[in-house]
Design a protein around this ligand. Sequence first.
Ligand SMILES: [Zn+2]
Length: 85
Amino acid sequence: MTQGRVINVQCRCGQRLFKYFKGSHGRLIKCYLDEIREDYVGVLEMPVGSRPICPSCGKEIGIVRMIHGRPAVKINQGTVKQIRT
Ligand SMILES: [Zn+2]
């Protein structure tokens, strides 16, 4: 049995944002940077406190902050397409 899977995280405008290994079930709330497999927005280079934006429509994807001691993007639910696993 495998836990989790790689998902495509997309903006509501259709732009790919990143591929993310999601280890838990439920709604996508945050993406730990060390579980991002493909980064289309350059978020892996961003320091804590940054607000990455969609390269296509310019909307804010979320904010980079420490969550449980690991840098992560806290997802802006208004910009990112809803994902449930
Ligand atoms: Zn967009």
